[in-house]
Design a protein around this ligand. Sequence first.
Ligand code: G3H
Ligand code: ZN
Length: 282
Amino acid sequence: PLVTTAELVREARAAGHGVAAFNVITLEHAEAVAAGAEAAGRPAVVQISQNAVRFHGGRLAPVAAATAEVCRASSARLALHLDHVDSVELLHAAHRCGFSSVMFDASKLPYADNVKATARAVRWGHEREIWVEAELGAVGGKAGDAHTPGVRTDPVEAAGFTAATGVDALAVAVGSSHAMTERTATLDVELIARLRQAVPVPLVLHGSSGVPDGQLRRAVAAGMVKVNVGTALNVAFTGRVRELLAADQAVVDPRRYLRGAREAMAATVARFLAVVGDGAAG
Ligand code: G3H
Ligand code: ZN
């Protein structure tokens, strides 16, 4: 069924574990997240980024409708989240498309401008019962960005930002970086613990594809709640497409290679859910 991000995050936090959030681009991706969550017997957040919406010609409604329907039809509890939005127009389009949450990303702006833009997005969201995540201390690594694993979020600034904006969750820079295809990131676990002390809302880890399992477990034990995974799914999906195409030069029907790719992605989803979902115990 389709549930809300707020309830999945609240439950995970109360239980002392994490909830994984998976970025989807195509219908097969959404189906893979649902299949992976069903196999793992755990809930998950399904997220569509502003970049993914742009890939679909900037039209949110069709990709959101298909993804929301996949969530409703699943036996796993799945929530729909709009990820890394900096367009206010797209933010507003999220309403009534099945999204229970958005990440409004003004992290590239100077601090005062980030606060102002985020506070406005939070006000808009809360009037519509939409849970709003924001970021302080750009995680980096996205298209056009430098790979910036050295950036860190300051706990004192994080506390001020949270109070000034009223956000429901805070994405922080603690050593991860977007779009890593190898799991070689080192997280500052001590900083995660300090941020948890300083900030009353749940913390969000971006760029989790590059983080090894043991570090993900420690991050969750130290206070990370929502753990965002994108690139690792593409590695699994595209890797299987490449293998299947190489093995059969005559194949033309996309179902012949998308089926296997969807299965490979579902297996990756299930693995991350097992790691994140019992983080505190691991
Ligand atoms: O918001 C999305 C996540 O931060 C995904 O990052 O693709 O590096 O796993 P990733
Ligand atoms: Zn991200």
